[in-house]
Design a protein around this ligand. Structure first.
Ligand SMILES: *[C@@H]1O[C@H](CO)[C@@H](O)[C@H](O)[C@H]1NC(C)=O
Ligand SMILES: *[C@@H]1O[C@H](CO)[C@@H](O)[C@H](O)[C@H]1NC(C)=O
Ligand SMILES: *[C@@H]1O[C@H](CO)[C@@H](O)[C@H](O)[C@H]1NC(C)=O
Ligand SMILES: *[C@@H]1O[C@H](CO)[C@@H](O)[C@H](O)[C@H]1NC(C)=O
Ligand SMILES: *[C@@H]1O[C@H](CO)[C@@H](O)[C@H](O)[C@H]1NC(C)=O
Ligand SMILES: *[C@@H]1O[C@H](CO)[C@@H](O)[C@H](O)[C@H]1NC(C)=O
Ligand SMILES: *[C@@H]1O[C@H](CO)[C@@H](O)[C@H](O)[C@H]1NC(C)=O
Length: 487
């Protein structure tokens, strides 16, 4: 009986101790938030009262409890809790640091020296970014937010802030809420690279937490189609600036530059390139295209193509393409070349007509047109191209200076001159005079030649006769001859 009584009183004492222990837990429990992958520091405030003696950090989820670390003045004992190997104790402050948090670390953490016991409820959030936060331009981002705590989880309101601290509206999928939320961001741009913020809010329990995350969008500084206007014979430079240095992109990747000539379905590869993990750009120009030059720079991430003497047939689309693990993005420059021609070419004859044709190599955007303008002459004249027509012509019957402009949104982008010259009247007389003069000269020369020729022939005949006479004289007797001659 006595033994039995002792057991009962023992149980009693245990219950009493448990109750004494539990009451302060309820009274003092506070909440702390942890982010998966990061660390959290939990303070054991009671330590100030008791400098020596044994204290214990414990972890509890639902009904299961385990020791993380137990320590006295001189010694530290490691327990068997799941986060023990990631936990460190500050021997002065007795603060517990748990690093590389995971969702599983959510629960109640208690620090017990003597009462009162400090109890902290750790609420863990985990934010996962698709592709590990590494994207190419125009790709979509998916963000997954998960939470865990030993209590029931609250419904959260979530907001996203971009690198400029502006709120970004996103689609939020809540199928597995409140444990899991999925946020979608469409069509990232290179300028989205940087640190974003995910703001998590709940009223009860009170949560007001920012979770930052890094986004890297590999691409071009000017992503949109850019139209470069130039005139025949000019120098054109098409340029692309890759942002891999700016965003500190550490993976290697490759790319190429393709050219699709205007009005032609063929695709020509002009060059290819690779970027190393050390952020060095190596370009290789294809040898069969000699009409353009490339810049040599290795470190600045620019891709410049210089066309020294632009021809109409250089126009078209130039597409710079990046590739990484089968994913691609590109940025296009369209080269539009303007040319002015006169039909027929040359000066305008008196009373004659000529057609001045101004044209560009490709279709014009809807906000652009061509304009012929006479800037010097007897009267002001102007002619505008029809919508979507890449040429405009004027019929000219008087000399003057004509200017063709390519106008985009009322801005003159490029212009070309053509001066119509008159074939002057005195010029025609001079030409006739020269022709007549030349004819006279030719006839005169011909006569002289004939006369000289005749004289020469006569002289030859005489010489021949003299020779015949000489021979005759040699053959016959000289005296006889003499006699006959002086007769
Ligand atoms: C929350 O944490 C507990 C304790 O580690 C774990 O058993 C549970 O799987 C976690 N829940 C989620 C959704 O991760
Ligand atoms: C969270 O971040 C946003 C954007 O940077 C900021 O406006 C807000 O004040 C922050 N809130 C907290 C609780 O830090
Ligand atoms: C570039 O093209 C050359 C052949 O012209 C080829 O040998 C090289 O592997 C290519 N480089 C890349 C990065 O594709
Ligand atoms: C463009 O045309 C000229 C002749 O008019 C030719 O010599 C040149 O090779 C052409 N250029 C290209 C890139 O096709
Ligand atoms: C046209 O230009 C010439 C010189 O370039 C000038 O002498 C003449 O006066 C101009 N005519 C008109 C109508 O402006
Ligand atoms: C110019 O003249 C030609 C005939 O000489 C004619 O066919 C054409 O339509 C004219 N163009 C304009 C713009 O008046
Ligand atoms: C057109 O000609 C004028 C005068 O000859 C000159 O000042 C101007 O620069 C020229 N414009 C172009 C686009 O060649």
């Amino acid at each position: 009986m006595e033994r039995c009584g002792a057991v009962v009183s023992c149980v009693f004492a245990v219950i009493l101790v448990l109750q004494l222990g539990l009451t302060p837990i309820m009274a003092q429990q506070e909440q702390q938030i942890g982010i998966a992958g990061k660390e959290v520091i939990l303070s054991c405030k009671a330590i100030n009262n008791q400098k020596d003696g044994t204290c214990t950090w414990k972890y509890k989820y639902k009904e299961v409890s385990s020791t993380i670390i137990s320590f006295s003045k001189a010694q530290v004992f490691k327990g068997k809790a799941p986060m023990t190997h990631r936990s460190e104790l500050n021997s002065n402050s007795k603060k517990l640091k748990v690093s590389d948090l995971s969702l599983d670390d959510a629960g109640i953490y208690t620090c017990a020296c003597y009462s009162p016991v400090v109890s902290i409820s750790l609420h863990v959030f985990k934010l996962t970014i698709s592709s590990n936060g590494h994207f190419l331009t125009n790709e979509d981002l998916e963000l997954t937010l998960m939470q865990n705590s030993s209590h029931s989880q609250p419904h959260l309101s979530i907001k996203l802030f971009n690198i400029n601290n502006d709120i970004v509206t996103t689609e939020i999928l809540q199928e597995e809420a409140p444990q899991k939320y999925i946020l979608k961001l469409k069509q990232l741009k290179a300028i989205d690279s940087g640190t974003w913020m995910c703001h998590v809010y709940s009223n009860s329990p009170s949560i007001n937490q920012n979770i930052s995350f890094d986004v890297k969008v590999l691409g071009f500084e000017k992503e949109r189609l850019e139209i470069i206007y130039t005139t025949v014979g000019n120098t054109a430079i098409l340029s692309w600036r890759l942002n891999f240095r700016k965003i500190k992109w550490k993976e290697g990747f490759t790319g190429k530059l393709n050219w699709e000539p205007q009005g032609n379905t063929a695709i020509h590869e002009l060059l290819n390139f690779s970027v190393t993990t050390h952020q060095e750009l190596h370009k290789t120009k294809k040898s069969n295209h000699i009409w353009f030059e490339i810049s040599e720079g290795k470190t600045d991430g620019t891709m410049d193509v210089k066309i020294p003497k632009v021809q109409l047939n250089h126009s078209g689309q130039y597409k710079c393409q990046l590739e990484i693990n089968g994913r691609r993005t590109e940025s296009v420059r369209a080269l539009v070349v303007m040319q002015v021609t006169a039909i027929p070419a040359g000066p305008l004859s008196r009373g004659g007509k000529m057609t001045l044709l101004c044209q560009v190599s490709g279709p014009l955007p809807s906000n652009a047109h061509l304009l012929w303008e006479r800037v010097n002459g007897t009267q002001m004249e102007m002619k505008k191209s029809k919508q979507h027509e890449a040429k405009v012509e004027v019929n000219v019957s008087a000399p003057g200076l004509w200017n063709c402009h390519l106008v985009e949104d009322n801005n003159k982008k490029i212009s070309l001159n053509y001066t119509v010259e008159e074939a002057h009247v005195w010029n025609s007389y001079a030409v006739i005079g020269i022709i007549i003069g030349a004819s006279v000269l030719v006839i005169g020369l011909a006569c002289m030649c004939i006369i000289t020729g005749m004289r020469w022939q006569r002289r030859r005949k005489r010489a021949r006769r003299m020779a015949q006479a000489k021979q005759y004289l040699l053959e016959k007797k000289t005296c006889q001859c003499q006699r006959r001659m002086y007769k």
